[in-house]
Design a protein around this ligand. Structure first.
Ligand SMILES: Cc1cc2nc3c(=O)[nH]c(=O)nc-3n(C[C@H](O)[C@H](O)[C@H](O)COP(=O)(O)OP(=O)(O)OC[C@H]3O[C@@H](n4cnc5c(N)ncnc54)[C@H](O)[C@@H]3O)c2cc1C
Length: 343
């Protein structure tokens, strides 16, 4: 388990299939809740860009701040080869480079980290008890920045062949697919962006889009249309992933003509949307129909002292810079709330 965003060297080691042990990681202190105080002014759940930015801003405002970072810091950023449209990086920046930069800023500002999930939230006194597997933490303000997980298709073979050719991380697996044929499921930004990542290595990338049109931004639609290795099949759904020990193909159906066919593939990448990580909040607060957390323009939820930030929030713009902006707004609003108690 990493208690930090992997560095480029670590990513290389992890993806090169070189023998990789914990000794290759730089020595950093692994903190557990047992070694920390139990009282914080601000506790942030989630160590993606929203949570890390909220933590950085909160600590810079002088607030005693803890991040409950779940299993690994970095969130969705970690699996993205190139974050585009992020101000300040004209050529884009790998997500796994952006993450350690923000983490180091947060550490320098005095943020504390614990590698554990927030499991439940309970009102206590004038604040909230954040319940984790390592015990309870108390905070007057809580920022929920637990992000999202890539959705699964739910078709036969998907779970069985996960990690054996079924993948949700193009930047992790693309170098292993040199000169092979792969498919990407989806028609939005993530699907097209990751098709481009794959096309740098694979011989052929087939994009399987359910609709008659792609919903991705124009910039990605144009790049994909011009790419000689990428082919798009519209009105196509995956019915089954084929292969005994590893992916050998997929059974697809053309929804217009209703014809099924088998595609020969070395791997299949699923980018059909995001599922918010809010299971643990059910019964505590109202969620929108998609499972995201409604919040106002200061990121305040319906619970006094509880804020939401990032792609877990209803109406998030879904971009990295928007998550960072949410984190900033939540931290500033939490600081004001702690100062004057107004809600
Ligand atoms: C393939 C792909 C490509 C993308 N490309 C771009 C791009 O080019 N440009 C751009 O601007 N954006 C891009 N995005 C979007 C961008 O990555 C996200 O908007 C951003 O990373 C979301 O950050 P977040 O902090 O809100 O959530 P996340 O990154 O999801 O982070 C949430 C964190 O919270 C943790 N967590 C979950 N539950 C708990 C719990 N109970 N307790 C504690 N922690 C928990 C998670 O494990 C995770 O680490 C892309 C997204 C994808 C999927």
């Amino acid at each position: 388990m990493n208690d930090h965003c992997p560095t480029i060297r670590e990513i290389e080691l992890l993806t090169s299939h070189a023998s990789f042990t914990a000794a290759d990681l730089p020595a950093r202190k692994h903190r557990t809740l047992q070694t920390l105080d139990k009282e914080f002014e601000v506790v942030i759940a989630g160590g993606g860009i929203a949570g890390l930015t909220a933590a950085l801003v909160s600590a810079r405002l002088g607030r005693k701040t803890l991040v409950l970072a779940g299993k690994a810091l970095g969130g969705l950023l970690l699996s993205i080869e190139k974050i585009e449209g992020f101000p300040g990086y004209a050529d884009g920046i790998p997500g796994y480079e952006l993450c350690p930069i923000i983490q180091e800023q947060a550490v320098a500002a005095g943020v504390e980290f614990a590698m554990t999930d927030l499991r439940r939230v309970e009102a206590q006194g004038n604040g909230w008890n954040a319940k984790t597997a390592q015990g309870d933490m108390h905070a007057r303000a809580l920022v929920l920045a637990t992000g999202s997980t890539l959705k699964e298709m739910g078709v036969p073979g998907e779970t069985r062949l996960r990690g054996k050719g079924v993948s949700y991380c193009a930047s992790c697996d693309a170098p292993l697919l040199r000169n092979r044929t792969v498919a990407v499921v989806g028609g939005g930004d993530s699907a097209l962006q990751e098709s481009l990542t794959l096309a740098a290595f694979a011989e052929r990338v087939i994009v399987l889009a359910r609709g008659e049109k792609l919903s991705a931004q124009m910039v990605y639609r144009n790049r994909v249309a011009e790419h000689p290795k990428i082919e798009i099949r519209f009105a196509t759904v995956v019915e089954q992933i084929l292969g005994a020990e590893k992916v050998t193909g997929a059974r697809i159906r053309d929804t217009a003509g209703d014809a099924a066919a088998d595609l020969e593939l070395a791997a299949l990448f699923v980018y059909i949307g995001l599922q918010p990580n809010t299971e643990f909040l059910k019964g505590l607060m109202r969620l929108d129909p998609s499972g995201r957390i409604p919040a106002d323009d200061q990121m305040r939820t319906e619970l006094r002292g509880v804020f939401a930030a990032g792609v877990v929030r209803s109406g998030s713009a879904g971009r990295a810079v928007a998550s960072a902006g949410d984190g900033t707004t939540a931290a500033v609003a939490a600081d004001r709330f702690l100062a004057d108690g107004d809600w």
